[in-house]
Write a protein that binds this ligand. Structure first.
Ligand SMILES: [Zn+2]
Length: 90
């Protein structure tokens, strides 16, 4: 008997209902864990450990990313896109 109107469906269908206990066991690992955060030694903002700080762009006290340059480029891009949406208006 084909339930699907096209008749070509061969979807896998479970034979039996999954019991609450089995479902619960499967979901016992699904809970979200609290992310471990550290303080940036440079700007004291919360960062993921062993990563570059996104606020000041430093890692182990050295500047790795030029944050100001990124900010300027982002602003310029937004400005360009705004002008693209509404040409002639400023
Ligand atoms: Zn920082």
């Amino acid at each position: 008997m084909a339930i699907c109107p096209t008749g070509g469906c061969n979807m896998a269908v479970p034979k039996q209902k999954t019991p609450k206990s089995k479902r619960g066991k499967r979901r016992s690992h699904n809970a979200l864990k609290v992310t471990n955060l550290a303080l940036c030694p440079q700007c004291k903002s919360l960062i993921i450990p062993h990563t570059v700080c996104k606020v000041c762009g430093t890692y182990k006290g050295k500047e790795v990313i030029d944050v100001d340059r990124r900010k300027r480029r982002k602003e310029a891009k937004e400005k360009r896109e705004k002008e693209k949406e509404m040409p002639g208006q400023k």
